[in-house]
Design a protein around this ligand. Sequence first.
Ligand SMILES: [Zn+2]
Length: 225
Amino acid sequence: MTAVTFAATAATASAVPDAALRTSVRVPLHFADGYSTEADVMTFTGLVDGREHLLLGLGDWRGALDAAAHGGQAPLTRPHSECLTGDVFGSERCDCGPQLREAAERIAATGGFLAYLRQEGRGIGLYAKLDAYALQDAGLDTYEANRAVGHGDDERDYAMVAQMLAAVGASRIRLLSNNPDKASQLRGYGLVVDEQIPTGVHLTASNAHYLATKREVTGHLLDLA
Ligand SMILES: [Zn+2]
């Protein structure tokens, strides 16, 4: 699978309000499969929705920012929306846990950012997500189930990603994501997305239908062949 390159344009960009760095704490990370790295975990004031989103600086992220400021490659960056069942418990109903793990290593290798966003279940919340799972077990797909519990297909908004990145001096990124909506929203918020780089495909018997639906309904860049 190849990366998608965009012209660097911010023609329709709307500015986001300024956020400010609040704290930065060094945290050693150790994943269940043995991979280890360290993150500068940053918190902010002034985020648009008032929730406690995090920005993790991984690898030599300061060096990556410096290189980008001098015309080099932009820092690899992934916005990851919280998924309690996938990230913490290793649920195989989705691919969030393996994507988070993959992103940490790939970003740490080149220096960049992982934005950990407190918008569970594509923004509908944990209980509603679990209600939607029950409806999926009765035959609805992941998007039909969201609508059946009174929510949109995807209620996530990425303004706070643009805010957090601006607060640390990142105006250009290479986006690690399969989701075309993340790229278009971030560009709309004034961030320059040089490139969209797909994550690996983490296919299991339990998430095959979910991944196929993401590809077919919302145009995710997923090669499920
Ligand atoms: Zn998930």
